[in-house]
Design a protein around this ligand. Structure first.
Ligand code: NAP
Length: 300
């Protein structure tokens, strides 16, 4: 006997959207997350491209999504999934402290920050090396900081930091950014954002307590009080290895979010998709819930 019709693993925008759609369709639904609801939304200071919401914080959007999902009857629980297996038509998700049985699983475990791997990065984590501008930016009010990366996150967070810090220097390994053009234009227009392009950060140095400078691949030394690293994401898909087909760690799905294992769906940043946005994650979640609905109906 299944505990739930649909188990959603991960409660970021993809998972919360899936939980909303699944519970609203009448299925008993739980969303589990080892960190609590919100996912990467919690790290976004301002979102201005979620349809219908001209400007909101990631936290506010996460709270609204959680409220909406629970209002339809979904339960949201703290739990860390350790493995997933299918026995007959039932999925068994093994968590740290229990097993959860369900008819279908929607995997929306998201992704985590990639590290740069340069000298000093690990040593100065929490001492000026950060992966979250919203969390740590306010500690560097009026200071000089470095942002590493050239994607949407680097550009969005450089803009955020430019409002707080004295200067923001973006160090990017290529001479072109991959981030959206609209963000690039805003970055180029900011007087206190400087660019060091075609260079890597090779070392982050300090006095042992706090970051003081970063060395670049061309020998340049930049004085800085913090180094914010935004060099991409790694999918949280380890527990699906050998369970469903992956592509460079990202879960392969079809247009209905179905993975290679029937009844297991994937949504959001963890799956193979060319564009990772809050709105696309939410869209994936809705699609996955709808596909899970069809799958369960076919079982009966
Ligand atoms: P991303 O798009 O993968 O960009 C990562 C950046 O880091 C790239 O510029 C890459 O350089 C650089 N990089 C990767 N490995 C590196 C290394 N070892 N050393 C130096 N630089 C390195 O990652 P992201 O910016 O975190 O974005 C992740 C996803 O979230 C994307 O799909 C993005 O569109 C989405 N997102 C959207 C928004 C928004 O809509 N406002 C905000 C944030 C994120 P290259 O360019 O040379 O490869």
């Amino acid at each position: 006997m299944a505990d739930y019709d649909i188990l959603v693993i991960g409660a970021g925008p993809a998972g919360l959207s899936a939980a909303s759609y699944a519970s609203r369709a009448g299925y008993s639904t739980a969303a589990i997350d080892s960190m609590g609801p919100g996912g990467q939304l919690l790290y976004i200071d301002e979102i201005e491209n979620y349809p219908g919401l001209p400007s909101t914080s990631g936290y506010a959007l996460s709270e609204a999504m959680e409220k909406q999902a629970t209002s339809f009857g979904a339960t949201i629980e703290f739990a860390e999934a350790k493995s997933i297996r299918k026995e007959g038509n039932e999925f068994i998700t093994v968590c740290t402290d229990r097993e959860i049985r369900s008819k279908a699983v929607i995997y929306a475990a998201g992704a985590r920050h990639r590290h740069l791997g340069c000298i000093g990065e690990e040593e100065y984590q929490g001492k000026g090396v950060s992966y979250c501008a919203t969390c740590d930016g306010p500690f560097f009010r009026g200071k000089d900081v470095i942002v590493v990366g050239g994607g949407d996150t680097a550009l969005t967070d450089a803009l955020y930091l430019s409002k707080i810090c004295r200067t923001v220097t973006i160090v990017h390994r290529r001479t072109e950014f991959r981030g959206q053009k609209a963000l690039q234009d805003r970055v180029f227009a900011k007087e206190n954002i400087k660019l060091e392009l075609g260079k890597n950060v090779t070392a982050i140095k300090g006095d042992g307590k706090l970051v003081q400078e970063a060395e670049l691949s061309d020998g340049t030394v930049l004085k800085a009080d913090a180094v914010f690293i935004f060099v991409g994401i790694i999918p949280n898909s380890e527990i699906l290895e050998g369970v469903a087909e992956l592509d460079h760690g990202f879960v392969k799905t079809d247009g209905k979010m179905a993975t290679s294992l029937p009844g297991l769906f994937a949504a959001g940043d963890v799956r193979t998709t060319p564009f990772r946005q809050v709105v696309t994650a939410a869209g994936d979640g809705a699609e996955a819930a709808h596909a899970a609905d069809e799958y369960i109906q076919d079982l009966d």
